[in-house]
Design a protein around this ligand. Structure first.
Ligand code: ZN
Length: 249
């Protein structure tokens, strides 16, 4: 309870005192579909759906979870990560240990990020993850400088569409999580994006017939991807989207 309160307070503080910025200025609405952790179904269903609609996604890997069998989901394997990269998807960093940064010291975080980077480089030679997502979407003010030094962006816990001057160390996003009705309602966010173009980021976990509380069905996911495409949105990885915004004069 106290943890949740402290987390909300930190997220508010990060929003009020923004870090390094990027200007999101675009005529074409941009949508990034991202996955955290990452469950196997994000590859078997999620990547395939994105590809069928001409897009690619960003998969934030916590290498300490690779291959783990949990009660309701199985996590992706090293081979699965290699396959994602080979198919043109982005592998981002989600820490190695998947602990909240609010409880990490500086040295421990640095070691953890090094460990995740080394694990990913062992899977995809030469890979250096360029973008980060906070475990549990819990931002941590004191780690912002370290994260900004290592990564182009960090995705955090505030909801919203990124537009105009945007804090790249705390990107806003919306979760693809239960109940299914709330996933379906996210079509409204795509409508808002199309009306006033910017950068809309979604984050999901498993895509399963009976999803965990943090996941949704593959059908709901595909409906959302197809809707974004039909409305003329570009479906870009986080790294591709940053390339596009940085190229703006
Ligand atoms: Zn996570």
């Amino acid at each position: 309870m106290l943890d949740a309160f402290a987390g909300r307070l930190t997220n508010q503080l990060l929003t009020r005192l923004p870090g390094p910025s990027i200007t999101v200025k675009t005529d074409m609405p941009v949508v990034s579909f991202t996955f955290d952790d990452v469950p196997e179904t994000a590859l078997s269903a999620g990547a395939a759906i994105l590809e069928a609609h001409g897009g690619r996604g960003t998969f934030y890997i916590a290498a300490g979870l690779l291959g783990r069998q949990e009660e309701q989901r199985k996590l992706i394997s090293a081979d699965g990560c290699a396959e994602l990269a080979a198919r043109g998807h982005e592998l981002g960093c989600h820490t190695f240990s998947h602990k909240s940064l609010q409880h990490s010291g500086r040295a421990a975080l640095r070691a953890d990020l090094d460990r995740n980077g080394a694990a990913l480089a062992a899977i995809v030679p030469g890979l250096r993850p360029r973008n980060f997502a906070f475990p549990y979407n819990a931002g941590a003010f004191r780690h912002r400088a370290e994260l900004s030094r290592r990564f182009r962006s960090a995705r955090g816990g505030m909801s919203g569409i990124n537009r105009g001057v945007t804090d790249r160390s705390f990107l806003r996003s919306f979760g693809l999580q239960q109940p299914e009705a709330s996933v379906a309602a996210l079509q409204g966010k795509i409508d808002e994006l199309v009306a006033a173009p910017g950068w809309l980021i979604f984050f999901g976990h498993d895509l399963a017939p009976r999803p965990t509380p943090y996941g949704c069905t593959a059908e709901s996911f595909e409906t959302l991807v197809a809707y974004a495409r039909a409305k003329g949105c570009a479906l870009l990885t986080v790294d591709q989207a940053l390339d596009r915004f940085e190229a703006q004069p």
